[in-house]
Design a protein. Structure first.
Length: 319
């Protein structure tokens, strides 16, 4: 049974209103109120379980009375719950809305990938170095490994969420992290590629101009845009449904880290046409992912909003 657990601390003068909001909703279960039990912040402790389909409305009502500002509000996933008659009644009332994502959780997952500590740049650089080895040795396995290591998709989705929610600071910080991160990756990988060339460590086939991996990366075409578009859609849907396996597939599908690595390697080996092709590939993939991610977020919100309105009309007709 899909539900979330809410823990809240309410100031005493707000508790009755909060309890009234929660107890009047059939999708709110296991409501517990403990007066003057909470510290830091001080207040009344409130806990309950909410069916995920109703969670967006419940959280909206709690935030409308400023519970998150005057007290505290914590949301936790429920891994396992045994269904009872009350739960089944709530599910029947929700109908198709029972499968709706909890947008607070979705945005929290996206924001967690939109933080840029030093490790973010370290992962980018390491991914670029792995990708460069894959390019000079014509190893597709290493290219896939570099795509998995790269953390850039979190920043890309964070930018998409910032555009969707009109948070300019989120957009600016995400674009700045992407720009600085890829620039650093290209510079470090370029120096590494110069070392490879200087010591003649590249594969014999690569040295003779047989570069199938590099040619695949630095040749943007219709399929590049198509794959980036599909990956952008699946990436957002997998984040809303918390499907990590699908998200891993997105990492492997997106040609961002390989393109940055190929810019560096091609520069070190003075293949300027390949540098231009990889640069176009990198920019196109990032732009497409941002645009498609934003559009998919907006589309999902609109679809579930329409489902909720249909349910509200159905309930109003019954009443």
């Amino acid at each position: 049974m899909d539900m979330i657990h809410i823990r809240a601390v309410s100031p005493p003068d707000l508790t009755d209103e909060v309890v009234g909001l929660l107890s009047g909703d059939p999708c709110v279960l296991n409501l517990i109120v403990q007066r003057d039990a909470a510290r830091r912040p001080d207040g009344d402790a409130i806990a309950c379980d909410v069916l995920t389909g109703a969670a967006n409305d419940v959280l909206h009502r709690l935030r409308a009375v400023h519970l998150d500002r005057r007290g505290s509000l914590v949301i936790e996933p429920v891994d396992m719950a045994f269904s009872g008659a009350a739960t089944e009644g709530g599910q029947r009332e929700l109908g198709p809305l029972s499968r709706a994502p909890v947008w607070e959780q979705v945005e929290a997952r996206i924001r967690s990938g939109g933080r840029y500590p030093p490790s973010f740049y370290l992962y980018l650089v390491v991914a670029g170095l792995i990708g460069s080895v894959g390019i000079v040795t014509n190893s597709q396995i290493l290219i896939v490994g570099a795509m998995v290591v790269g953390p850039e998709y979190g920043a890309i989705v964070s930018v998409a969420l910032g555009i969707d929610r009109r948070h300019r600071s989120m957009v600016r910080s995400g674009l700045a992290a992407l720009g600085a991160g890829f620039l650093l990756t290209i510079v470090v990988t370029f120096l590494f590629a110069l070392l490879i060339r200087g010591f003649g460590l590249e594969s014999e086939a690569f040295d003779r101009g047989l570069r199938p991996v590099s040619n695949l990366i630095n040749t943007p075409n219709f399929f590049s845009v198509a794959v980036a578009t599909l990956a952008g859609i699946v990436g957002i849907v997998s984040l809303t449904e918390a499907r990590t396996s699908a998200l891993l597939g997105v990492f492997i599908s997106v040609t961002t880290i390989p393109a940055a690595a190929d810019i560096a390697v091609s520069s070190a080996f003075t293949s300027w046409s390949d540098v231009r092709g990889s640069a176009v590939q990198l920019v196109v993939n990032i732009l497409v992912l941002i645009v498609v991610g934003t559009a998919t977020l907006k589309a999902q919100r609109a679809i579930w909003q329409r489902v909720r309105l249909r349910r509200d009309r159905r309930l109003a007709e019954k009443a």
